[in-house]
Design a protein around this ligand. Structure first.
Ligand code: NAP
Length: 252
């Protein structure tokens, strides 16, 4: 799965799965742009990529701000000349019972997890259309709905993740004629800082593990391998799809 001469942007790349997506795509030969709210942490990931022998650049970007997204795209074009791959990964997760959810909670989650994906996809697609090629990988979640498995206390998160799947399918149709593929990945429980902050209680963790047929939490790299597949030509006839990476959780 060779990504030599390809340029990839990864949002939310300073830690967690964004970090491993960047390291994995760079290992396959891509020049990677690591973006997140914290530039300092992105620069640390840039150093890790360089240690592997790869090329990388850090860009500060809050995906909810159109002007920052446009600057991220502009800088990528200035430095690397093009954009072949966008990994829409930046996301937030807040646990709160539905009856306590505020308008602000709803707006914040939808703004990062859905509007941010739209802004980044549109800004990158405008460049991809010019070169008549590109790949967009949207990170959703098994909490996306539509599979008969609901998750309590994350109604706003689930709505945003379901929106990502709908957006992926609609966008795949619109962009297919420009040779741009758009797919999603739905991870289950993956060992990242987001997961750590949500699973403090050992009893909750036991409950989670009991629902996963493989009886373990996934490693971020196991999701990154799916990102690599969708970003590479090995998935050249796949568009509008969602790949589930969950150790069998949704199959139960
Ligand atoms: P993570 O460790 O919290 O990483 C997410 C990154 O996104 C953080 O660095 C975060 O920065 C950044 N971010 C948040 N708001 C942003 C914004 N407005 N603009 C730019 N960056 C922003 O989470 P993760 O577990 O790696 O999750 C990555 C993606 O996978 C998310 O979309 C998440 O919903 C999805 N996912 C995760 C799991 C899981 O079990 N871990 C399962 C299913 C889906 P801050 O830390 O400053 O907020």
């Amino acid at each position: 799965m060779d990504l030599k001469n390809k340029v990839a942007i990864i949002t939310g790349g300073r830690r967690g799965m964004g970090r491993t997506h960047a390291l994995t795509l760079a290992k396959a030969g891509a020049k990677v742009v690591i973006s997140d709210i914290s530039l300092e942490d992105c620069q640390k990931v840039v150093q890790e990529v360089k240690k592997q022998g790869g090329e990388a650049m850090a860009v500060e970007c809050d995906v909810t701000k159109k002007e920052q997204v446009d600057i991220m795209v502009k800088k990528t074009i200035e430095v690397f000349g093009k954009i072949d791959i966008l990994v829409n990964n930046a996301g937030i997760l807040q646990f709160k019972p539905f009856l306590e959810l505020t308008e602000q909670d709803w707006d914040k989650t939808l703004s990062v997890n859905l509007k941010g994906y739209f802004l980044c996809a549109q800004a990158c697609a405008k460049e991809m259309v010019k070169q008549k090629s590109g790949v967009i990988v949207n990170i959703t979640s098994i909490a996306m709905g539509g599979m008969g498995v609901g998750f309590p206390n994350i109604v706003h998160y689930s709505a945003s993740k379901g929106g990502i799947v709908a957006m992926t399918e609609a966008l795949a149709l619109e962009l297919a004629s420009f040779n741009i593929r758009v797919n999603a990945i739905a991870p289950g429980a993956i060992d990242t800082p987001m997961m750590a902050s949500s699973e403090q209680d050992p009893k909750t963790m036991e409950g989670t593990l009991a629902r996963i047929p493989m009886h373990r939490i996934g490693k971020p790299e196991e999701v990154s391998n799916a990102v690599l597949f969708l970003a590479s030509d090995r998935s050249s006839y796949i568009t509008g799809s969602t790949i589930i990476v969950d150790g069998g959780w949704l199959a139960t």
